[in-house]
Structures are given as structure tokens and as C-alpha cells.
Design a protein around this ligand. Structure first.
Ligand code: GUN
Ligand code: FE
Length: 429
């Protein structure tokens, strides 16, 4: 492929957390899926190429959701009366068990993929279930939809119900077979090793998965330090480890390949240091942390430790798949941390949260989430004119209003790695 096209509109993105970069009536030149140029006018050598003129609309990077459970899609908005451990037992595990049935998986995963498309989540890092076949089906559906994702077959071999548990050796064997089969989907849809969390994985399983991740050179995702009951449980299961974080490090699940850990709400200073040393990314999931009464993650403190932070919907601990809403909730929750807990935790600014939802999470995928030269062209076209406002607004203000009060109806164009995705995936299936 050697294709070049030009996109024109009001361009706004974050190359760094401190501020938005804004180019009114600007141009992005896309060559072979990547950005060759982004600026105010078309360089002369590109003048002959076709221009997609989006007029007064906003052009922003596609959203990156770094933590969501695809099989929990139908549980959104259910079971918000419990904390993590009883919530898993009562609502989550029974739902996930249904994904041994490929027909059920197809119905739910098709709807889930459609919803990612609808809300402009061009890249995501997903949990499937313990079931290899339905996890491969999820990868196939994402691939057909043109969306990009890391997808994990979940591993669970202890402290889990009879109907959702694996034999240790079988779990490792299935994971190896799945890692082989998952190569077929190419660069946009890739596997990620996914021990559910320490309480549901034996030491033998965790070490085996750490080795598989290195052998196949694939990243790792899991949950870390979400809830006090969970943390106490980890300490009682691993009394010789100095912390929850240490358990992952001891089993080579942190510090080898790129790793993303969801939540990280209650880490000690030493654990934050380990996160930084091992370059582990945090997937901050504000809606989930509120819904399951997990706590308010100390995002400013994690940032001050030099830890990369991205954002996650955590469907269905979180109820909203929209990363626009997740990022505004991250701002809101950080204000509550400042107001109610510690005045030294400066609230997140909007550009900081937008950065986390685009370029921050995008780093896990390579050069993704920004309009800098060389980045893959993932973009959304936002027509905000329906959001009634007779006043003159800056492009930053228009983006802020859309993030807070707009929705998927205003997303009128989507691009992933340079490919325009015009039709909803369900129309294709
Ligand atoms: N910890 C282990 N499993 C889960 C899950 O499915 N959701 C959340 N939020 N935390 C978990
Ligand atoms: Fe989760």
C-alpha cells in the first residue's frame, strides 16, 4: 500500500499532558496509515493529493481504553450494591461462565465491538474469559471491525467457582495454543497474557504465564491493589512477599515485557517505586472505583513517582464505555481527592486527562494517540454543532463541552491506523 490523503478540520490533540495543541483549519497528511505532516497548510509536495474537508468539525485522536472486560458487557449497570469480592462471586463469575457457549459469546461480543466503534474507542486492552475459543472469536470480531486491541484469554486456577476454574497445566497449555492461534490477526489485534489477579492464580500458574509472556514476547495485564479485602487476601495467600506488587514481580509478571495493571489505588510508596522501576502502566478506572466503593486512586502521587497513567472503562465495574465520560470522571474524582483527602494532590487538568485517554494509553500500542509525525492515524471527527451555544467558543472550549455534554451521535468519522471505518461493525456481521 502506498496511499496518501489529507484530512482538514479543527485539529486538537495532546502531545504532552500540560496543554492541548490546536490547529484551527489545519491539515493532517496521512501516508500509508501514518502521519507524514500535521500543520496549518499543505506542503507543496502534497498539493496534488485528495483532501477530506471536515469543515468546522473537530478532529481529535481516537480514544484508548486500557482496561475493559468484554464478557461483562451485559452486566453494565447491574450489581452496583457490592464491593469487589462479593460482586465478582454474585454477578461477574456467573456471567463470564456463559462464554463457554460460542453462540452466546457471538451475540454479546458483536454488540460490545459495535459499542466500541460507536463511542470512538479505536484501541482497547481487553479481558476475555478463561475460554480460548470465545476469546479467539472476540479477536476475530475486532479484526473484522477494523478496531485495534490487545485481547487476553483469562487465567484462573484457584479460589474460583467450580463452573469457572481451570486445571493449572491445562490453563498453561490452552494459553500456549491460544497464543499460537492469536498470531493470525496481524498487527492491529494482538494477544496479551492475562492472569485475572493474584487470588485466582496459583504460584505455578503465575510463573508459567510470566515465562510464556517472555517466550512469545507479548505484554501482560492484570489487576493490582483495588480493594482492601482483596489486598488482605493477597497478604494471607503470600505471607512471605512484602507486598501485592511484589507477588507479581516474584512471578515475573512485572518488569519483563510491557505490563498494565488496573486500579493501583492503595499502593505503598515502595510499591510505587517498583511500578516505576518496572515501567508498569496504571489503568485508572474512575467509574469502577466509585461503583465498587474501591477508593480514590492517588493519581497525582503516581504521576509524581514517574508512573505512566492511562484510563480504563473497566466494563462492568464501570458502567460507561465512553472514554469521553471516563476522562471527565477522572478529572472529577481527582478533585474529590484534593477537596476531601489531601490538598497536596492537585486535581487533574482536562489536557492531562485527555492525554491519558489518547497518547498515554496509546503508548502501549506504539506511536498511537497523537497527531505528531510518524504516529499511526487514529482519529475521530466531532460535529458538535448540535450542542446549542450561540456564543463564540475556542476550539479547546468546544472540545471541553463535547467531552462533558456530547455523546456518540456527534462522532461523524472514525479512523484506525489510517483506515476510515464508515459503517458500524454490526452492519458487517
Ligand atoms: N479483580 C479481579 N477480577 C476483576 C474484575 O472482573 N473486575 C474488577 N474490577 N476487578 C477484578
Ligand atoms: Fe477489571
Amino acid at each position: 500500500m502506498n496511499s496518501v490523503y489529507i484530512v482538514k478540520g479543527n485539529i486538537i490533540y495532546t502531545s504532552r499532558p500540560a496543554e492541548f495543541s490546536v490547529i484551527p483549519n489545519g491539515y493532517v497528511i496521512v501516508r500509508n496509515g501514518c502521519i507524514a505532516y500535521c500543520g496549518e497548510s499543505i506542503p507543496s509536495e502534497y498539493e496534488a493529493y485528495p483532501v477530506e474537508d471536515y469543515g468546522d468539525n473537530l478532529i481529535i485522536p481516537g480514544f484508548v481504553d486500557t482496561h475493559a472486560h468484554a464478557p461483562q458487557f451485559c452486566n453494565r449497570g447491574l450489581g452496583m450494591d457490592k464491593e469487589l469480592l462479593p460482586w465478582l462471586e454474585t454477578y461477574t463469575f456467573p456471567e463470564e461462565a456463559k462464554f463457554s457457549d460460542l453462540e452466546y459469546a457471538k451475540t454479546v461480543y458483536s454488540a460490545f465491538v459495535n459499542e466500541l466503534w460507536r463511542y470512538g474507542t479505536t484501541r482497547s486492552i481487553l479481558f476475555g474469559t478463561i475460554h480460548k475459543e470465545s476469546t479467539l472469536l472476540l479477536m476475530k470480531l475486532l479484526s473484522e471491525a477494523g478496531l485495534s486491541a490487545f485481547v487476553g484469554k483469562v487465567n484462573m486456577d484457584r479460589n474460583s467457582p467450580d463452573y469457572l476454574i481451570e486445571d493449572t497445566e491445562r490453563s498453561l497449555h490452552d494459553t500456549r495454543v491460544w497464543l499460537e492461534e492469536a498470531q493470525q490477526f496481524g498487527p492491529l489485534v494482538r494477544p496479551i497474557v492475562t492472569p485475572r489477579f493474584v487470588p485466582s492464580c496459583t504460584s505455578r500458574l503465575m510463573s508459567g504465564l510470566g515465562d510464556l509472556a517472555v517466550e512469545y514476547n507479548v505484554p501482560i495485564q492484570s489487576h493490582l491493589s483495588e480493594n482492601h479485602g482483596e489486598i488482605d487476601w493477597v497478604h494471607s495467600l503470600h505471607p512471605d512477599s512484602s507486598s501485592y506488587t511484589d507477588v507479581y514481580c516474584e512471578h515475573r509478571l512485572m518488569g519483563t515485557v510491557p505490563t498494565v495493571m488496573a486500579h493501583c489505588i492503595h499502593l505503598s510508596d515502595e510499591e510505587m517505586e517498583r511500578m516505576h522501576e518496572t515501567k508498569t502502566m496504571v489503568a485508572h478506572c474512575p467509574y469502577s472505583n466509585v461503583n465498587l466503593s474501591s477508593g480514590i486512586a492517588p493519581i497525582r502521587k503516581l504521576l509524581n513517582h514517574g508512573i505512566s497513567i492511562a484510563l480504563g472503562s473497566d466494563i462492568s465495574g464501570g458502567h460507561d464505555i465512553s472514554m469521553a465520560k471516563v476522562l471527565t470522571e477522572a478529572v472529577g474524582l481527582s478533585k474529590m481527592k484534593w477537596a476531601e483527602v489531601d490538598k497536596s494532590y492537585a486535581p487533574l487538568t482536562l489536557p492531562e486527562a485527555f492525554y491519558m485517554a489518547t497518547r498515554g494509553g496509546g503508548q502501549f500500542f506504539g506511536d498511537v494517540g497523537s497527531f505528531e509525525t510518524g504516529y499511526e492515524f487514529d482519529a475521530l471527527v466531532i460535529d458538535d454543532h448540535e450542542l446549542f451555544d450561540p456564543n463564540e467558543r475556542s476550539i479547546e472550549e468546544r472540545l471541553e463541552r463535547w467531552l462533558y455534554i456530547g455523546d456518540d451521535r456527534h462522532i461523524v468519522g472514525r479512523y484506525v491506523a489510517g483506515k476510515s471505518l464508515d459503517t458500524p461493525p454490526m452492519a458487517i456481521v
